[in-house]
Design a protein around this ligand. Structure first.
Ligand SMILES: C[S@@+](CC[C@H](N)C(=O)[O-])C[C@H]1O[C@@H](n2cnc3c(N)ncnc32)[C@H](O)[C@@H]1O
Length: 293
């Protein structure tokens, strides 16, 4: 997905989706739990400069700001104005003075090179249009020895997505979803290819039983929603009758997965950490990274 205009349309769709979800996004303990864990793994210390990419309602950024204290600083960026508005409301209520939230694309940063001690990306790797490029860009924004911490799901996560993928393959539709970060090896390889060192992947089992109705509601056959990492939506190739047929097959597979306790919805989580290498000549520049690098 390299065409800039197409990319803008894709990102606008994502921004609209999350702005519409922003009022209810903080309900439940699932996202806060992941954000807390990611911040714990980073072992931040007072005085650090932190960037939270795709900050959403600011969960990671707000936690980080409490640890880095007034000597440190946190910037949270997102493409959704609705999510940022919610983040700013929470910031006001928190009384914290060492964070700012900015409207910016995580794949087109313009921060100084070698600037941040820690960069986070929680629950948003799936939306990046080019993960390899994004990781190289984020690495350049880190100081030598700086830490990148991202959270992503296994390719076994979300029963609705996994079954949708299988059904849609029969219709020659290939959905990317969690595949790019779907195994610990894939997470490792992504970090390694971008030049990170001391890479660690913490795999944590997660999931719960959900009702058949909930599982059936997870069908990914609606082409009006953005498809993570893919634009245009590959589902637009399907005719209406193919979509109806595919949904019937999807429901039938879920019926067969039903147990007395409901349907198991795997949510295996990978927390990936890696450090930017120190330059071989011992020098680190402070150049501004140009947009879209
Ligand atoms: C599932 S939410 C995660 C929010 C937050 N990180 C958390 O852990 O709760 C995904 C967020 O990614 C944002 N997003 C998606 N693509 C982005 C991009 N290229 N740059 C910045 N934000 C992006 C969306 O707007 C949304 O707020």
């Amino acid at each position: 997905m390299s065409d800039r205009v197409e990319l803008e349309k894709y990102k606008q769709q994502i921004a609209n989706l999350y702005s519409a979800r922003s009022a209810s996004y903080d309900r439940g303990d699932w996202h806060p739990r992941i954000a807390r864990r990611l911040v714990e793994y980073a072992r931040l210390s007072p005085g650090q400069q932190v960037l939270d990419i795709a900050t959403g309602t600011g969960m990671v950024a707000l936690l980080a700001a409490q640890i880095v204290k007034m000597e440190g600083h946190v910037i949270g960026i997102d493409i959704s104005t609705g999510m940022l508005e919610r983040a700013r409301q929470k910031l006001k209520a928190s009384g914290l003075k060492n964070i700012e939230f900015q409207l910016a694309d995580g794949e087109a940063l313009s921060f100084r090179e070698n600037h941040f001690d820690t960069i986070f990306c929680s629950s948003a790797m799936i939306w990046m249009s080019d993960l390899h490029r994004a990781l190289r860009l984020w690495q350049r924004c880190l100081k030598p020895g700086g830490l990148l911490c991202f959270h992503a799901f296994a390719d076994t996560a979300f029963v609705g997505g996994v079954v949708s993928q299988k059904i849609l393959e029969k219709y020659d539709v290939s959905l990317s979803l969690n595949k790019p970060t779907g195994t610990t090896q894939k997470c490792y390889d992504l970090m390694d290819a971008a030049g990170f060192e001391n890479i660690e992947i913490k795999s944590e089992p997660d999931g719960s039983y959900i009702s058949l109705e909930q599982a059936k509601g997870m069908w990914i056959g609606d082409s009006s929603f953005p498809t993570p990492g893919q634009y245009p939506n590959p589902l637009r190739e399907l005719s209406l009758s193919q979509r109806v047929e595919a949904k019937i097959e999807f429901d039938a597979v879920l019926d067969s997965l039903q147990t007395e306790r409901g349907i198991w919805d795997d949510r295996t989580i990978f927390y990936t950490l890696g450090r930017k290498a120190f330059p071989k000549d011992g020098l680190a520049s402070g150049r501004i990274i140009s947009n879209g690098y």
